[in-house]
Design a protein around this ligand. Structure first.
Ligand code: NI
Length: 167
């Protein structure tokens, strides 16, 4: 299975809106497998299809220490959100940047698995934050875009400097 290329902020393709999955076919299963492999290899704890330039509502997440608890969310919807989290987050599309974003502490999510089976997931802590972060990607929003314009400018400058260094 090939590793997928992860788009880097501020790539305009990260702002595309993902559409719901309507066909649960082998193509979807391959996308999920490739996304999971790409996330584990990176390594990261979550990846949205948007980040690999596929604009469908598909997310993979694994916040476990042993990296053996993959959660696949297709067409996820938050049906309940409570509390306020205080967990800093990062993103494979914004390497090296960690910031606190306002998120719910607990969420209840309805989604389908890769076979089209519906399920409900109750999440809290890092898993809840990660799911909200990845769902933002599906709406074309990168986590740093929750921050002030000044902070976003600084982050873009920092990333550009890193790019020049690694070039
Ligand atoms: Ni992200």
């Amino acid at each position: 299975m090939p590793l997928l290329n992860i788009l880097r902020y501020p790539d305009a393709r990260l702002h595309k809106l993902a559409t719901p999955v309507t066909v649960f076919d082998d193509g979807l299963k391959k996308l999920v497998a490739d996304m999971a492999e790409t996330m584990y290899e990176a390594p990261g704890i979550g990846l949205a299809a948007t980040q690999v330039d596929v604009h469908k509502q598909v997310i993979v997440v694994d916040v476990s220490e042993r990296r053996d608890s993959l959660v696949v969310l297709v067409n996820p919807q938050i049906v309940e959100a409570t509390g306020v989290s205080d967990i800093e987050e990062g993103c494979l599309s914004v390497p090296g940047i960690y910031e606190l974003v306002e998120r719910a502490e607990r969420v209840k999510v309805r989604a389908h698995d890769q076979n089209g089976k519906p399920f409900t997931l109750e999440a809290q802590g890092v898993l809840a934050v990660c799911i909200q972060h990845e769902m933002d990607h599906l709406k074309g929003k990168v986590f740093v875009e929750h921050l002030s314009q000044l902070k976003q400018q600084r982050i873009r400058a920092k990333l550009a400097k890193h790019l020049r260094k690694s070039a």
